[in-house]
Design a binder for this molecule. Structure first.
Ligand code: HEM
Length: 145
C-alpha cells in the first residue's frame, strides 16, 4: 500500500513538472541576439568603420589602419560585451590606443559614426542606447594615451 502511494506521488510530480516546463518563460534575449547576432553586429560595425574613414574629424587616425583586421577585432569585442559567444583576443583598449592622443571629442565623433550606422541599419533607439552604454566606459582607457 505504501509503495503504491509512493509511486502515485512520484508519477503525479513527474506529470506536474511535464506540464509546467513548457510554461517556463524563455530565457531573456541578450543584446547580442537583439542586434541580430554576428551578422547584425558585423553590418553595424563595418558601416561604422565606413563612416569613420570618411569623417574629416577623425579619419586621419585610420590613414594606415588595417581595416579588415580592425573590423574583425571590433566584431569580436562587441559580440563579447553584448553577451554573444565570442572571445576578444585583441589588445587591451589602453594598449591599442597608446600614443594616439585621442581626445574626448574624437571619442564622441566615433560614437556619432556608430549612431549613424545603427540608424542606417534600423537598430531601435533603446538597443542603440544599450550598446553605447556598454562602450561609454571605454572613454578612459581609449583617450589621452
Ligand atoms: C568605444 C570606442 C572604441 C573602441 C571599442 C575601439 C576598439 C578598437 C579595437 C578593438 C582595436 C583593435 C585592437 C587590436 O588590433 O588588437 C582598435 C584599434 C584602433 N583604434 Fe579604436 N576603439 C575605440 C575608439 C577609438 C577612437 C575614438 C579612435 C580615434 C579617433 C580609435 C582609433 C583606433 C586606431 C587608429 C586603431 C588601430 C587600427 C589599425 O592600425 O589597424 N579608436 N580600436
Amino acid at each position: 500500500m505504501h509503495t503504491v502511494r509512493r509511486i502515485t506521488m512520484v508519477l503525479g510530480a513527474a506529470l506536474l513538472i511535464a506540464v509546467l516546463i513548457p510554461c517556463r518563460p524563455a530565457a531573456a534575449a541578450t543584446l547580442y541576439d537583439q542586434l541580430g547576432q554576428k551578422p547584425g553586429i558585423t553590418k553595424v560595425l563595418v558601416d561604422m568603420v565606413g563612416f569613420i574613414v570618411d569623417d574629416g574629424r577623425i579619419a586621419h587616425y585610420f590613414a594606415h589602419a588595417d581595416v579588415p583586421h580592425l573590423e574583425g577585432e571590433l566584431v569580436d569585442q562587441v559580440c563579447y560585451v553584448t553577451g554573444g559567444p565570442c572571445t576578444y583576443t585583441g589588445k587591451s583598449m589602453a594598449a591599442a590606443h597608446q600614443g594616439m592622443h585621442i581626445t574626448e571629442a574624437d571619442f564622441n565623433a566615433l560614437v556619432e559614426d556608430l549612431e549613424k550606422s545603427m540608424n542606417k541599419n534600423e537598430v531601435p533607439i533603446p538597443l542603440q542606447n544599450r550598446l553605447i552604454g556598454l562602450l561609454a566606459p571605454l572613454l578612459g582607457p581609449v583617450t589621452y594615451k
